[in-house]
Design a protein around this ligand. Structure first.
Ligand code: C5P
Length: 236
């Protein structure tokens, strides 16, 4: 399948149309941003890690009944995906406190959550992706109640499957963000990516951070952390 016109260029990915209207090609870049674009940089090789790891995770989730946009990996950076319209919500699941939740609730990073925490943010860079609740989503028309219910149950199932998988490779899944898309026939499927850019991964024993927090917090060892995740997954 060939790329035709560029449909969209985001912070970390480009999306191209193809000759088939049902499919797009996603191309992953090494560009990294944080704090809603205020911090910019490059993580060498990140595009390859995020592409290959996302595709690995999508295939694992598909095996357990989660429908995703994944179709075919074309190369280290390029993947064919089903064309969807993205539901304008960032869906966050948290198993332990970290990042914005730690700040908001004054909880030390690493504090276990008694139940997984599900959060929705409205995807809008100009507004800084504000957190929204069920009522906001319905009132603003971002999704229907049926779609919210489907997204919530899929997100919690994805969390269960990912927790188990990452534990098996010595990684504590602290939290993650996923996005969903709607196909032309109205079906909700998992889209976007699952990578060290969008998840918090801590080594299960040492609690060393193996994710984008190393970039966000200027900790160094960013490329090494991404490579370590690839190694543990068995992708290099
Ligand atoms: O910053 P915060 O603690 O809210 O992030 C929660 C999770 O969502 C983290 O795993 C982070 O990597 C991810 N996230 C993301 N994209 C955003 C905001 C958060 O992937 N725009």
């Amino acid at each position: 399948m060939q790329k035709t016109e560029l449909l969209y260029e985001g912070k970390a990915k480009k999306v191209y149309a193809t000759e088939n209207p049902d499919y797009c090609i996603v191309s992953y870049k090494d560009d990294a941003t944080a704090f809603n674009g205020l911090k910019k940089g490059t993580i060498v090789g990140k595009g390859v890690v995020n592409n290959r790891m996302s595709n690995f995770m999508f295939q694992l989730l598909e095996k357990h009944g989660i429908k995703t946009h994944f179709v075919e990996e074309l190369s280290d950076r390029d993947t064919v995906v089903r064309k969807v319209s993205i539901v304008p919500l960032e869906v966050i699941v948290r198993n332990k406190a970290a990042g914005s939740l730690s700040k908001r609730l004054g909880l030390e990073e690493g504090t276990p959550m008694r139940v997984p925490v599900l959060e929705f943010c409205y995807k809008n860079d100009d507004l800084g992706d504000p957190m929204v609740n069920n009522y906001h989503i319905l009132a603003a028309g971002f999704a229907t109640q049926e779609e919210i219910d489907k997204i919530s149950s899929m997100a919690l199932k994805v969390n269960e499957l990912m927790l188990e998988f990452f534990k098996s490779i010595g990684v504590d899944l602290i939290d993650f963000k996923i996005e969903f898309g709607k196909t032309s026939d109205g079906e909700i499927i998992l889209a976007d990516e699952i990578s060290p850019d969008t998840c918090r991964f801590w080594d299960i024993n040492t609690h060393e951070k193996l994710d984008k927090d190393r970039f966000r917090r200027d900790m160094g060892g960013v490329e090494e952390a991404y490579a370590e995740m690839m190694k543990r997954i068995g992708l290099n």
